[in-house]
Design a protein around this ligand. Structure first.
Ligand code: COA
Length: 173
């Protein structure tokens, strides 16, 4: 699938809204109400502003690191969102790593997440990182497959609240 990566901006808000509304209650998504990402549902202009600021290290909650967000478009439709943290520190070493992503349910299984992770790796390379640390919950077989397709080599697992997390390193140089 041909994808175009765009930075979040107010003119893309209608496409983002359609994208977000496509996630049903049973679909795992990243925009939970208990994080700043919950703004995506309650105040979309503020969410976009937050993402724009985060790319420049502005307005970050305590402990957060600067991150770039890309919206992956297939034609006029938004298929996925990917976050690229500029570096890893603190708890991100255990869970979170450099990259977070989600794909609209009807676009899954067509290589969108794989393309987004490769794009994220390109950005991290530009930023001077030598490895990308990518994590996923042990039961998230689709995400584990994406990471392995992108060359992820397994590190020791971690866990949080009794839930096992897989960790992988993708070499960038
Ligand atoms: C995980 C997720 C991002 C994958 O997106 P995607 O665009 O479908 O991923 P891709 O198409 O690039 O690759 C998916 C791979 O997983 C495989 N896969 C899918 N479901 C699977 C399963 N239950 N068990 C094993 N492999 C599975 C697919 O066959 C494909 O591998 P292949 O190319 O070898 O056939 C998507 O399911 C999603 O958004 N999930 C909710 C949010 C999430 O979990 N984010 C990741 C947090 S770490």
């Amino acid at each position: 699938m041909q994808l175009e990566f765009r930075r979040p901006s107010p003119e893309l808000a209608p496409a983002f809204k359609t994208f977000l509304n496509a996630f049903g209650p049973g679909d795992q998504d990243m925009w939970s109400k208990d994080s700043v990402f919950g703004l995506a549902r309650t105040n979309l202009p503020a969410y976009i502003e937050f993402l724009q600021g985060a790319a420049e290290g502005r307005g970050l909650p305590a402990g957060w690191v600067p991150s770039d967000t890309y919206w992956a478009f297939a034609g006029d439709e938004m298929a996925g969102e990917v976050h690229v943290r500029h570096f890893v520190r603190g708890t991100l070493w255990r869970i979170g790593g450099h990259v977070g992503y989600a794909v609209q349910p009807r676009f899954r299984g067509q290589g969108v997440a794989t393309a987004m992770l490769l794009h994220a790796c390109e950005r991290l390379r530009e930023l001077g990182e030598v490895d990308a640390l990518i994590t996923c919950w042990d039961e998230n077989a689709a995400s584990a497959r994406v990471i392995e397709k992108c060359g992820g080599a397994r590190l020791p697992d971690t866990s949080e609240d009794g839930r096992k997390a897989r960790r992988y390193l993708i070499p960038l140089v």
